[in-house]
Design a protein around this ligand. Structure first.
Ligand code: C2E
Ligand code: MG
Ligand code: MG
Length: 696
């Protein structure tokens, strides 16, 4: 049995070794035969051979199956070996084949993937190359150069694109592989070496704009540096043109186009710096002068805008020249900044000026300089400046506040005679605050119609009977008490509030007139209402008055509207149709405060009026100087000649009453008869006007 096994094992081992050798060689030599195929072929061959033996064997007596007790015949053995060897080979081959097919498929797909990735990589590489080559930015790949201690001391250029060559104005052949610091010195001067080392150490990219002086020219580059291995990739774009445009824009914004002085933003900036410096260094002081040219509007309107512009340029030049010459002993750095705010308004920041007195001296010198005549296109032009001065003693927080106060002081200078300098003080500040509060309260009062009317009787001088009333507005204020009209009418005109206020007065007075006329024996009574210029200019005035007349059923001639000479004088052509329109409606017009304006008596011929009110200042002086009596007499006669009635204002004494009577004046109004009355008191007078006769 052991012999048989040995006989069976040896051929099997030999065959296996052969197969392995063949397969190995096939795999190595790449016969083109697929792995496992040879094994399958050999296995099949052996199986066929073994089968043939098993067919041929039984016919051959030699080959007949040996009895159990006889040793195995050779044929029988070979048949067994062939069959088992064939089966073994076949099994191995199939396993090999299956494994090869599976492996091959994986390998194939892996190979395909690799090929695709390689393709993609190479196309990406191409794209990258084209981007880098066609880029408008310069690109450089730099290797570091380190000293023995490992410290970066320089860079070597490994790659640079065409644009980099152009921007640096150096050929790649000169730079590649060479230390850069010597050849591109701005790396060192602009601190780029430090930034580059920082990128290497921190891996944080760097991006900034730097101005590099190159071959004697300044160029601005936008530079980006990123770490790449132990080196860097740097891209840089020439942004010089953009920078120049930005600079130009900044300059235009910060400089006045006409005079090339600093403009408002730059001035605000410099004043803000001065405020900050003042807080840090208490010994530092500054002042701001706000100059407004006097009569500039007249020059501009009469000689034309071109001459106006030339004048502004000359003023700017004189400012510049005079500020250059002035020495300021207590200056801490800085320089004076002359600027133009717009129109004919200039501001000078006196940076480091000693005190208010020194500012005043500068202001006077500037005034002297600006006040000298200018010769512009053959015209001799003269102007002067009103100057408002603010010093840093005010401990300001915001530049806008400095300018606001300088403006207030400048207006003060204008109002007190022009060509003057005024230093802003606390009192002015209080006035400004006061005005702001008043504005707020007046707006509120207008909204709430928080006003009241007083009524001052107008008396017929001959009979001493009540003729009518003048409605006079009052503002009952919770804190200020009863505010008289001269304290708020001007402000309400400025704020445009006079329109709603005036409409309220017209309605209120109209309603009272109608109410009192019904109570009055004979129904004769007039109501006089004051109008302001803004109201006269208001296009809806005529229709509003018509509405009031209609609403209360007023007899139009009993409704009197008062205007002053000065109101009409400047705009006589524009306002005459409005006055005519009111008269057409039947309403009567009175010329208030006559004699205080600058009009001549001939003025009365031009303007259609029904009543003339002689101003209080004439009545006051009457009886004391004959001259005034004569003037009053002339006015009364003239008015009568023009079919006008005459009211004397401010009648305070019985002598005045007697004189006015003797001069044929029709009516009187004044404290002698009555002060302006509350509504209820006025209503009593309507019912009984005996008091005027008793008073006389
Ligand atoms: P006006 O129209 O000349 O009014 C007469 C002013 O003289 C009133 O002052 C009156 O109180 C005052 N007055 C009257 N008689 C005498 C007198 O004998 N002696 C003295 N010293 N003064 C006398 P008031 O009420 O303060 O008004 C001042 C001005 O305010 C008015 O001057 C008028 O121009 C204006 N005004 C009053 N109410 C209104 C209004 O409703 N609208 C407009 N736009 N202005 C008004
Ligand atoms: Mg009046
Ligand atoms: Mg008056």
């Amino acid at each position: 049995m052991s012999h048989a096994l040995t006989q069976l094992l040896w051929p099997a081992v030999i065959v296996t070794v052969m197969v392995i050798a063949v397969e190995f060689l096939a795999g190595r030599v790449r016969l083109g035969v697929r792995r496992g195929t040879i094994s399958i072929c050999i296995g099949l061959g052996l199986l066929i051979f073994g089968s043939a033996l098993s067919v041929v064997g039984p016919r051959n007596p030699l080959l007949r199956v040996p009895p159990l007790n006889r040793p195995l015949t050779r044929v029988f053995l070979r048949e067994r070996i062939c069959l088992s060897g064939g089966a073994f080979f076949l099994a191995c081959g199939i396993i090999w084949r299956v494994a090869a097919v599976i492996g091959h498929r994986d390998v194939k797909s892996l190979r395909r993937k690799c090929r695709r990735t390689a393709d993609e990589l190479s196309s990406a590489q191409e794209v990258l190359n084209s981007i880098v080559r066609s880029s408008v930015s310069g690109v450089m790949i730099l290797d570091t150069v380190r000293d023995e201690a490992g410290i970066v001391v320089d860079f070597r250029c490994r790659f640079m694109n065409d644009e980099a060559e152009q921007m640096l104005n150096r050929k790649a052949s000169v730079l590649l592989g060479e230390p850069l610091l010597q050849r591109v010195p701005c790396i060192k001067t602009e601190g780029l070496l430090f930034e580059a080392v920082n990128v290497l150490e921190t891996r944080r990219p760097f991006r900034d704009e730097r101005c590099c002086s190159q071959d004697g020219r300044e160029k601005w580059f936008q530079i980006a540096i990123v770490k790449h291995g132990d080196g860097l990739i740097t891209t840089f774009t020439d942004v010089s043109r953009r920078k120049r445009t930005e600079e130009e824009l900044r300059r235009t914004r910060r400089h006045d186009a006409l005079t090339d002085l600093a403009s408002r933003p730059l001035l605000i900036d410099r004043v803000a710096q001065a405020i900050t410096r003042r807080k840090r260094l208490p010994e530092y002081t500054f002042a701001v002068l706000l100059l407004d040219l006097d009569r500039f509007k007249i020059i501009n309107d009469s000689l034309g805008h071109e001459i106006g512009d030339q004048l502004l340029i000359s003023v700017a030049n004189r400012l510049r020249a005079n500020l250059r010459e002035i020495d300021m002993p207590s200056r801490i750095g800085g320089e004076h900044v002359p600027s133009r705010l717009g129109g004919d308004e200039f501001v000078v920041l006196l940076d480091g000026i000693a005190d208010a007195r020194a500012s005043m001296i500068v202001a006077e010198r500037l005034q002297d300089a600006l006040g000298q005549p200018y010769i512009i296109e053959g015209h001799e032009v003269t102007t002067s400046a009103s100057i408002g001065i603010v010093t840093s003693d005010g401990e300001y927080e915001r530049p806008e506040d400095v300018l606001r106060d300088a403006d207030t002081a400048m207006y003060q200078a204008k109002n007190t005679g022009k060509a003057r300098s005024v230093i802003f003080d606390e009192r002015m500040h209080k006035e400004v605050l006061e005005r702001l509060t008043l504005e707020k309260e007046l707006r509120q009062a207008t909204e709430e119609q928080g006003f009241m009317l007083n009524y001052q009787p107008i008396v017929t001088l001959e009979t001493l009977a009540l003729k009518g009333f003048e409605a006079l507005i009052r503002w009952p204020h919770p804190r200020r008490g009863i505010v008289p009209p001269d304290k708020f009418i001007g402000l309400s005109e400025e704020l445009g509030l006079i329109i709603p206020i005036g409409e309220w007065v017209l309605r209120e007075a109209g309603e009272r007139l109608q109410e009192w006329r019904e109570r009055r024996p004979g129904g004769l009574l007039s109501m006089t209402v004051n109008l302001s210029k803004k109201q006269l200019m208001y296009p809806d005035l005529i229709s509003f008055v018509a509405g009031v007349i209609k609403q209360f059923g007023i007899d139009p001639p009993s409704f009197v509207l008062e205007v002053t000479e000065s109101m009409i004088m400047d705009d006589i052509d524009e306002l005459t149709p409005v006055l005519a329109g009111l008269r057409e409606m039947g309403v009567r017009l009175a010329m208030d405060d006559f004699g205080t304006g600058h009009s001549s008596l001939s003025f009365l011929h031009k303007v259609p009026m029904d009543i003339l009110k002689i101003d209080r200042s004439f009545i006051m002086r009457s009886g004391k100087a004959d001259r005034y009596d004569a003037i009053i007499q002339a006015i009364v006669q003239l008015a009568h000649n023009l079919d006008m009635e005459v009211v004397a204002e401010g009648v305070e004494t019985p002598e005045q009453v007697a004189l006015l009577k003797s001069l044929n004046c029709d009516f009187g109004q004044g404290y002698f008869f009555s002060r302006p009355l509350k509504e209820s008191d006025a209503a009593e007078v309507v019912a009984n006007d005996e008091r005027f006769r008793k008073a006389a």
